[in-house]
Ligand binder design. Structure first.
Ligand code: FEO
Length: 387
């Protein structure tokens, strides 16, 4: 378990989930995921979010241990998605005196998820308002669409801690030793990626605060070198490439398009490309392919023609990129087709609807298997990508 010590009066009470098959029913999480929750003990006691129903038992045990016989005064609800809000009704029923703190958008959503009367228990906070707990005070900032409309973050003023909701979250249980950026990047682009402008707005608000620690709802508590994490979030949310390099995504039926994609990788590397990453869209993790497309400044899509269109995994890949507001990159294309190749035309048609994408020519058109002329065109495409 990573160090989850926060301070004498703020305790981690979240739980790891290492048995979930797919997070949000779509993301593989080889090292699980954590549902973070915190308890602030002061004159008034505040619970900072609950956890997913998958971790109910462990969370209640952690909560009761940390409370040590006391009762909580407030439940702060920063996000209504069930991986955090799943136990609101259960904890509200267990502690009937406890007030529930949210904003104007929180409570209508709460009524959709739960059947309980909170009319005399709800505390509705607005932008910049503060909730005094004693020595501690929570100041709330709205963070709409990071990642749902009702999201708000809380800044604890005495210890200078930002409770950042999904922001700065990461896949991976807390006992996982792995690079933060890799799984935080995959999490960010797939889950929050569409809302770069809203993340930028939150970063702007955060820049006015003296933050010494970030407590997200997933992944490790960030205590040092905060500029590194905030800098990555600034890059990601402004849709700037993080690394120089070329990502080759291929969608191949019988392996001939795959062979050509790998040949292009070889050619690019021989020409001194800074970094070339490649993915088989039919078999590799789609979420990682999305991550790599955002990470690098250049992408080449290689696709077999299928049913007069793209092979479906390429269609899926481009649809994901479009949904996540993909922009500001250079893109090249390679297509294959034993008769009537149209994949490049179809891929370009999607990409042309994205913002600020530079299409790099020439298009490589393969008829079943690559030949010398195709390799010559790949050389030209590689030169144009590296120019
Ligand atoms: Fe971790 Fe948007 O919930």
């Amino acid at each position: 378990m990573k160090d989850v010590t926060i301070s004498d009066s703020i305790v981690y009470i979240g739980a790891d989930d290492k048995t979930i098959d797919l997070f949000e029913s779509q993301y593989v999480v080889p090292n699980g995921v954590s549902y973070n929750s915190y308890l602030i003990l002061d004159d008034k006691i505040a619970i900072m979010d609950t956890v997913d129903p998958r971790a109910t038992e462990e969370w209640f045990a952690n909560l009761e241990k940390a409370l040590d016989g006391k009762t909580p005064d407030y439940l702060i609800v920063s996000h209504m998605e069930p991986d955090h809000a799943g136990n609101i009704q259960a904890v509200a029923e267990k502690y009937p005196e406890m007030k529930i703190v949210g904003n104007a958008k929180t409570f209508p959503m709460m009524a959709q998820f739960f059947d309980m009367d909170l009319s005399d228990r709800k505390v509705v906070v607005k932008e910049g308002e503060t909730l005094e707990l004693g020595n501690h005070a929570l100041q709330f900032f709205m963070a709409p669409l990071v990642h749902w409309p009702e999201v708000m973050v809380a800044y604890e003023q005495s210890e200078k801690i930002l409770f950042s909701a999904d922001g700065f979250g990461k896949f991976g249980a807390l006992d996982t030793e792995e690079d933060w950026a890799c799984e935080a990047r995959r999490y960010y682009f797939n889950i929050v990626g569409k809302y770069g402008a809203q993340v930028q707005a939150l970063l702007k608000k955060a820049s006015g605060l003296d933050i010494q620690m970030i407590c997200p709802l997933h992944g490790p508590i960030l205590k040092e070198n905060l500029g590194y994490y905030i800098g990555l979030y600034d890059t990601w949310s402004s849709y700037k490439p993080e690394s120089e390099g070329i990502f080759i995504a291929y969608a191949s039926i019988h392996g001939n398009t795959a062979k050509a994609a790998k040949k292009l990788k070889e050619i690019l590397e021989a020409k001194g490309a800074p970094k070339v990453s490649i993915a088989d869209l039919a078999r590799d993790d789609m979420a990682e392919a999305i991550e790599d497309a955002f990470r690098y400044d250049r992408v080449v899509c290689c696709c077999a023609t299928y049913d007069g269109g793209m092979f479906p995994c390429m269609e899926d890949f481009l649809a994901h990129l479009k949904a996540k507001n993909y922009q500001k990159r250079k893109m090249g294309f390679m297509e294959n087709g034993s008769w009537g190749p149209v994949a490049a035309k179809k891929m370009k048609a999607v990409v042309e609807t994205m913002k600020d994408i530079t299409i790099v020519d020439p298009v490589v058109t393969i008829r079943s298997t690559m030949n010398d002329a195709n390799i010559q065109t790949m050389e030209e495409l590689a030169d144009a990508l590296l120019a």
